[in-house]
Design a protein around this ligand. Structure first.
Ligand code: SAH
Length: 459
């Protein structure tokens, strides 16, 4: 077999036309069939790019200047957008982002799932696609003798200072700045990962949008550190709506943020928030959706697709802290949730009690093991909801769904490619994809979430 020659070399400066956009927001250009990925390039644009790296089948380039601009190109709102990497699509208008996310879903369904005729509704965006994140998680460093908070420069461990993040709740930005400055004034040092010295590694702020409650999580290298007591007192004094201060100890040389030891050092172990009228307890370690406004939109759609009348048995696979399960339980006879992380299931049970929901039961385990076992025990489901991680559903689970023959499958996904693969398997097993609704949970970033409805084909 002859391998195609790579038509460009490192450091070449070439003119290209972008044909597509990757899921992480890079422009895709083709040079004699060879693919070049270029961050900040938009489909339809002609541009000069510098080749940075070439591999056998694809390479990477840097955008130098745009010759013909896309109608969707806008000036990014954020001053550090190109260095941070947290957002990938701020250079694209909101309209452009929604159209492109729609295309991404449609393309994956056709290319991977061979689902050419499925209706993909327009992506539901946010009225105000900024300031939506309810959790900030920032590393702490030092500059000129003071503490700084920011983000890691791409591909390095250097912390670039950042005072605000435009997709973050303002409350969280404020909390991070205040805690950092108080610690700095007390002379508390930042953790230095090179020498494994110093104290504060990360500051995390969580915010309950509906309740206006704040949780502060401080992660340090050691359990006891100078001025700990004063720091707590001053946080309480300066942040009036703080309800919980949690200390996590991470003594390891690692990039992992959390250590094993977590202690509530002031106030409550939880803050609360609502999605719709369901109340959720949020602890330092528990997972909670980062965009509660769009989560409500997504789960309302999942509920609509489930078409519950009150008589159904529902399985919620990959249930996390029970967010979808509790949403469905109000309108179902019985909901079974399954999730692999034990702490999440403990939170799910707590959340069920908190809302007086008695018809939801939660189990720890792998969905692909637990659900086949339920099936063997004779448990039948009318509706199965899945919300797997990016890699999609395990095939053993899909085969059990095919055997169980529920009336409907509601598939919530954060990855159109694995969704399309799994829908194909279910289609071949006797289900039909009815419609797909993408929801923009993470405006300004390349991520897209969606919910798909499948019905069992009558035999
Ligand atoms: N439905 C939840 C969480 C979805 S995220 C919500 O809306 O909040 C996906 C979840 O799947 C995570 O909580 C992850 O811990 C869990 N998970 C990953 N692999 C799993 C498996 N094999 N079986 C069950 N749960 C799994």
């Amino acid at each position: 077999m002859t391998s195609r020659l790579v038509p460009v070399q490192k450091n070449d400066i070439i003119e290209v036309k972008f044909e597509d956009l990757t899921h992480d927001g890079s422009g895709v250009a083709k040079i004699d069939g060879y693919t070049l990925f270029v961050p900040f390039g938009l489909p339809g644009e002609r541009a000069n790019v510098k080749v940075l790296k070439t591999k056998k089948n694809y390479g990477y380039g840097k955008l130098l200047d745009v010759i013909t601009e896309s109608e969707f190109r806008v000036t990014p709102e954020c001053l550090i957008y190109d260095r941070c990497g947290g957002c990938q699509l701020q250079h694209m208008s909101d309209e452009g982002q929604l159209l492109y996310k729609h295309k991404q879903v449609k393309d994956a369904l056709v290319r991977i799932g061979h689902l050419n005729d499925v209706t993909v509704h327009p992506v539901i965006g946010m009225d105000n696609p900024w300031r939506y994140r309810n959790k900030a998680q920032v590393p702490v460093g030092e500059e000129n003798g003071s503490l700084i908070t920011g983000f890691y420069q791409k591909g390095s461990h250097r912390i670039v200072p950042m005072e605000e993040c435009l997709i973050q709740e303002e409350a969280n930005d404020t909390v991070v700045r205040v805690v950092r400055d108080l610690a700095s004034q007390l002379g508390i040092r930042a953790y230095d990962e090179k020498n494994h010295h110093g104290v504060i590694r990360h500051i995390i702020a969580k915010y309950g949008r509906k309740t206006d409650e704040v949780m502060v999580v401080i992660i340090t290298r050691m359990k006891d550190f100078p001025h700990k007591k004063q720091l707590i007192e001053q946080i309480v004094e300066h942040i009036p709506n703080v309800k919980s201060i949690v200390h996590n100890v991470n003594p390891k040389r690692t990039n992992v943020i959390f250590g094993d030891e977590t202690n509530v050092i002031w106030g409550e172990p939880y803050i609360y928030d609502y999605i719709g009228d369901i109340k959720f307890a949020i602890s330092a370690r528990s997972f909670y959706q980062v965009n509660p406004i769009q989560t409500k939109v997504l789960y309302d759609k999942a509920l609509e697709y489930a078409q519950l009348t009150g008589n159904e048995t529902v399985i919620d696979a990959y249930c996390g802290i029970g967010t979808i399960s509790l949403f469905l339980a109000r309108q179902a006879k019985k909901v079974y949730g399954v999730e692999v992380v034990g702490q999440a299931i403990a939170d799910a049970k707590r959340n069920a009690r908190l809302n007086g929901i008695e018809n939801a039961e939660f189990f720890v385990g792998e969905a692909e093991k637990v659900i086949p076992w339920w099936y063997q025990q004779g448990i039948q489901a009318d509706v199965i909801v899945v919300d797997p991680p990016r890699k999609g559903c395990d095939e053993a689970l899909l085969n059990t769904i095919i055997d169980m023959k529920p009336k409907r499958v509601v598939y919530v996904s954060c990855n159109p490619a694995t969704l399309a693969r799994d829908l194909r398997i279910l289609e071949d097993g006797g289900f039909e994809t009815k419609e797909v609704q993408p929801v923009d949970m993470f405006p300004q970033t390349g991520h897209v979430e969606l919910v798909a409805l499948m019905s069992r084909v009558n035999e």
